[in-house]
Design a protein. Structure first.
Length: 420
């Protein structure tokens, strides 16, 4: 029998919830998917012409590879962000997942580490593992009702443990919805500089604030950093979102892409913006060119379509933003009634809501019962390394009529159980 890399897990047995979902689908039973985060299938009313026409241009017939990506699209991207990123410091790739892989290759020797937030998205374990890198967690703490904070002691402990080459920040985080606040940013930059670590900042959800008013009111970024233009994000001029674009005090890589910015995961285009001390940027850029030139994974048609797509981004930000804020408001209306045993956690931004529920059973048992008895699919908190039970996540981009029906069934299930 051939041997296989230890980086790739063998065949995995589905957990009980995944198996139950598969069985219900196989039986043809209906499922209200309250965790659907695929923007292409949640009923956004969008004309296919503007989405498809840019992918058919005469210049698409020619292949002129550039390790940074085609110059014209990079210039358009720089202008879109009000020149907060230089075209020469941009690298186009197929996705933010690929961007992580490139950066782990760039920064880490096998056996070294990157620090990742917990709670957080479980994909990091696989992305890091494929590069023979340790995904070492640091903690986020929740204080109700103000929201989540980075546990800076936990972050420094992870850096002090050694061999940590980068701190990963998700701004705002998935699933907690927490932006990196001004005072946190100062400390994160200080710690990264102290321990010689780079910053990898994923800002795919930056332009989708939810309950951002208290979080961002009066907040300013330090003078050494930049703030993404609100017009570029398709947001009111009065709102400035705290981006890491242009951070100059430490080597910093900011990630984004069309998957969330325009709700087009199928186009497969992401980007990396590099900033920091000039010498560090030059050294990182020359090495990143080698990695990018080895793969050249960004397709010519989608690169050429990027300038047209960027012009559509503000409309999608408004369309998706209205829905996520509407659904978040509905969550509070249904679950936070007088004497309710439920709690909706504060969500600064993003597409995910976290709910704290009565722990009448273990999380997985509750999720299984919601599926079998109510026909609704939710994700238990342990998927994201929540610190204790019972938490569930729901997607805020689910179509409103579907969302309302699933939410009513969710509340009715707990009401019935607590009344028995």
């Amino acid at each position: 029998m051939p041997s296989f890399s230890h980086r790739i897990p063998g065949s995995q047995t589905p957990n009980a919830l995944a198996a139950a979902l598969a069985a219900r689908r196989a039986a043809g039973l209906p499922i209200i998917n309250m965790v659907d985060s695929n923007p292409s299938r949640v009923g956004f009313e969008r004309s296919t012409g503007p989405l498809l026409n840019p992918l058919s241009k005469p210049e698409d017939a020619f292949y002129n590879p550039d390790p940074h990506g085609l110059p014209g699209p990079r210039e358009a991207l720089s202008a879109f962000y009000s020149y907060r990123m230089r075209p020469s410091d941009l690298f186009l790739c197929a996705s933010t997942s690929e961007a992580y892989g490139w950066l782990f290759k760039l920064l880490c020797e096998p056996g070294e580490a990157v620090l990742v937030p917990k709670p957080g998205y479980p994909l990091f374990d696989f992305l890091a593992g494929l590069e023979c890198v340790e995904a070492r967690p640091y903690s986020l703490e929740y204080i109700h009702p103000s929201g989540w904070r980075i546990d800076l002691d936990s972050l420094e402990e992870g850096l002090r443990a050694g061999k940590a080459r980068a701190v990963v920040l998700i701004n705002p985080n998935n699933p907690t919805g927490s932006y990196v606040r001004g005072e946190e940013r100062e400390e994160v930059v200080r710690l990264a500089s102290k321990y010689g670590a780079a910053l990898i900042v994923d800002e795919v959800f930056l332009g989708f604030p939810v309950e951002e008013a208290d979080l961002l009111a009066g907040q300013t970024c330090p003078p050494q950093s930049s703030v993404a233009g609100s017009a570029a994000a398709g947001l009111p001029d009065s709102l400035a979102l705290p981006s890491f674009l242009g951070e100059e005090r430490v080597l910093c890589f900011v990630l984004n892409g069309l998957s969330k910015l325009l709700g087009l995961p199928q186009t497969k285009l992401g980007w990396i913006s590099v900033s920091g001390p000039a010498g560090d940027v030059r050294a990182a850029g020359s090495r990143l060119e080698i990695i990018s030139d080895t793969y050249l994974s960004a397709g010519t048609p989608v690169q050429n379509a990027l300038p047209d797509y960027l012009s559509l981004a503000p409309d999608f930000a408004r369309l998706a933003g209205a829905r996520i804020r509407r659904n978040m408001s509905r969550l509070r209306e249904v679950l936070e009634t007088r004497d309710s045993p439920h709690r909706v956690l504060y969500c600064g931004g993003g597409w995910t809501a976290l709910l704290e529920a009565p722990r009448i059973d273990p999380e997985e048992d509750i999720a299984l019962a919601l599926l079998s008895e109510c026909g609704i699919s939710v994700q238990p908190g342990y998927y994201f390394d929540m610190p204790h039970e019972a938490y569930f996540s729901m997607s805020l981009i689910v179509e409103p009529s579907v969302f309302d029906e699933g939410l009513a069934r969710y509340r009715a299930y707990f009401d019935k159980r607590l009344a028995d």
